[in-house]
Ligand binder design. Structure first.
Ligand SMILES: NC(=O)c1ccc[n+]([C@@H]2O[C@H](COP(=O)([O-])OP(=O)(O)OC[C@H]3O[C@@H](n4cnc5c(N)ncnc54)[C@H](OP(=O)(O)O)[C@@H]3O)[C@@H](O)[C@H]2O)c1
Length: 284
């Protein structure tokens, strides 16, 4: 039963591919531009773009299970193409924010709710995977750490429980392999302030990293250079909510995987210690 992994080079998707291969499952990897695909040898590659419905039928031919990112556009066309192709199970990378009442009205949470609603209405068997805060968000700090030894933060004491992308993938693969108790918000094993997260990254990188606290207005100005205003607002709202204690740590990963989630210190070591493959990827 072939599984199509849409976004096979993504931080979560690449671990989904690796785990399925390790489990001996037939995998087809989808990337939007196969010319630049850097995938494990021997894995068949398809060029599916969730926003281009005409690319979906060829990628889905013969596929029975799909891991997919939650597309901000094209969810209807994807669900229709998956039904048409005879897909039996879609495992959707959604967001734990859909389970947070404090995130009602937050555009990022609402986008994921809308995609989930489309899947729920599709008649397909589908399973949402709902991480709340990916540890990979901290990679956004890498450039300033490398160039200036600083991280600029709003609410440095705000606590979140970042989850390792490998744990998200492990839960997704458990669902793809038939485990049916993967529901619930996925987080890392413990709450850590942003300040502590930066400290752990500095320890992994082997260099002191200063924290510069930003007022929300200044953060909005800086983030606004890279993101649309509504995304900036959504991110700032999540951080402000975390500062009020609204970002939980859950036991879902341990319950589903039968082992504790990976510690953020370990994630930081893998991604920021000089000489590791991930640190190379970030040009640290
Ligand atoms: N950041 C957080 O804290 C957080 C929290 C909760 C949920 N999430 C969810 O996690 C997602 C990010 O996961 P990630 O870190 O693994 O992302 P990532 O590393 O940025 O990878 C995203 C993948 O999505 C693929 N993709 C993007 N647009 C596509 C399209 N139109 N059609 C097909 N594939 C497309 C890309 O494939 P190509 O190789 O073709 O470029 C890429 O491999 C978010 O989008 C969100 O839904 C994130």
């Amino acid at each position: 039963m072939t599984t199509l992994v849409i976004g096979a080079r993504g931080s979560v998707g690449r671990h989904v591919v690796d785990r399925l291969l390790a489990a001996g499952e037939p995998v087809r990897a989808s990337v939007r531009n196969p010319a630049t695909a850097d995938l494990p040898a021997g894995v068949p590659v398809a060029a599916a773009d969730l926003t281009r419905p005409e690319t979906l039928a060829p990628a889905l031919r013969g596929v029975r299970k799909v891991f997919a990112y939650a597309p901000t556009e094209g969810a209807d066309a994807f669900a229709a193409a998956a039904s048409e192709a005879g897909v039996e199970h879609v495992v959707l990378l959604s967001s734990g924010s859909v389970l947070l009442p404090s995130a009602n009205g937050n555009p990022i949470a609402e986008e994921h709710r809308a995609v989930e609603a489309t899947m729920a209405a599709s008649g397909l068997r589908w399973t949402p995977i709902r991480p709340l805060v990916l540890a990979t968000n901290a990679l956004n700090w890498a450039g300033a750490i490398r160039d200036e030894g600083v991280v600029r933060l709003v609410h440095p004491e705000a606590k979140t429980a970042p989850i390792h992308e490998r744990d998200v993938a492990a839960v997704a693969v458990a669902a793809l392999l038939g485990q049916d108790d993967v529901d619930g918000m996925l987080t890392g094993p413990r709450l850590l302030s942003q300040r502590k997260q930066v400290e752990l990254i500095g320890a992994a990188a082997g260099r002191p990293v200063r924290i510069e606290e930003l007022a929300e207005s200044e953060a909005r100005r800086r983030f606004g250079r890279f993101e649309k205003p509504e995304v900036v607002d959504a991110i700032l709202a999540f951080i402000a909510d975390a500062a009020r204690g609204g970002s939980p740590a859950t036991g879902t990963v341990e319950r589903v995987l039968g082992r504790p989630g990976i510690e953020f210190a370990h994630w930081a070591d893998e991604h920021f210690r000089p000489g590791t493959a991930e640190a190379g990827r970030q040009q640290l």
